[in-house]
Design a protein around this ligand. Structure first.
Ligand SMILES: Nc1ncnc2c1ncn2[C@@H]1O[C@H](COP(=O)(O)OP(=O)(O)O)[C@@H](O)[C@H]1O
Ligand SMILES: [Mg+2]
Length: 224
């Protein structure tokens, strides 16, 4: 089943040129799909469209449809969308808002009005997954870039989404964190979850089922 699909997507930022027109991409359950392309080609923009951030929080002229498990994203509530699709940005500083690690990870589950007990459990599990269990009460600001990225990922995982979008998540990670994130991707695939990631390096291709290339406003699938 297609977990996430962008169908005939065309987009331009307000007053800007058309970034892409009639682009089609999808990722199935248990698949890891890569999107690559030159800097400025619109990879991050496409991620934000697939996650529903565009047009909800960033505006522009969007045409086409995003389908989450066959349902049009426009018809779904924000709470539904964030439980189905999690997005990790390239820079964790644009994703982390709270003074402590615990508050950061609790925010999503709290907004879903889960029980105290369930929220506690989700924080614990998410921190274990990113191997930062002992950092729960730390101030986020004191962490390294790689550790912040792990916390941002934990905050995404705490919502238990079946689709993960990773926008150049590896770009500034040290070897240890890279290894960890790869392991998490493998785990997510085994759970039948879908991963859509922007990644230009060839290094992670063994994790990947299909590759899309975005260039001059069009995507094409590359044969591996
Ligand atoms: N919020 C925004 N408003 C206007 N233009 C933007 C915005 N974000 C990105 N852009 C422009 O859109 C183009 C594509 O950007 P982006 O999606 O970040 O590309 P990539 O991730 O492939 O490097 C760039 O020319 C960028 O300057
Ligand atoms: Mg980008």
């Amino acid at each position: 089943m297609k977990a996430l699909e962008g169908r005939q997507i065309s987009f331009s930022y307000a007053g800007g040129k058309t970034l892409f027109s009639q682009v089609n991409v999808h990722v199935k359950n248990g698949e890891c799909v890569i999107l690559r392309g030159p800097s400025g080609s619109g990879k991050t923009t496409l991620c934000n469209i697939l996650a529903g951030i565009i047009p909800r929080s960033i505006s522009g002229e969007l045409r086409g449809d995003v389908l989450l498990f066959g349902e049009n994203l426009r018809t779904l509530s924000l709470a539904t969308v964030v439980q189905k699709v999690g997005i990790l940005f390239q820079n964790p500083d644009s994703q982390l808002f709270f003074p402590t690690v615990e508050d950061e990870i609790a925010f999503g589950p709290e907004n879903l009005c889960l029980s105290r007990e369930e929220i506690g459990l989700r924080i614990e599990q998410a921190l274990d997954t990113v191997q930062m269990g002992s950092y729960r009460l730390m101030e986020t600001e004191t962490l390294s870039h790689g550790q912040k990225q792990r916390i941002a990922l934990a905050a995404v995982l705490a919502l238990q989404p079946q689709i993960l979008i990773l926008d150049e998540a590896f770009s500034q990670l040290d070897t240890g964190s890279t290894h960890l994130v790869k392991g998490i991707i493998r785990q997510q695939k085994e759970l039948g979850h879908a991963i859509f990631m922007v990644e230009n390096s060839e290094e992670h291709l063994h994790l990947v089922d299909r590759v899309y290339e975005l260039q001059d406003g069009q995507t094409r699938e590359v044969v591996l």
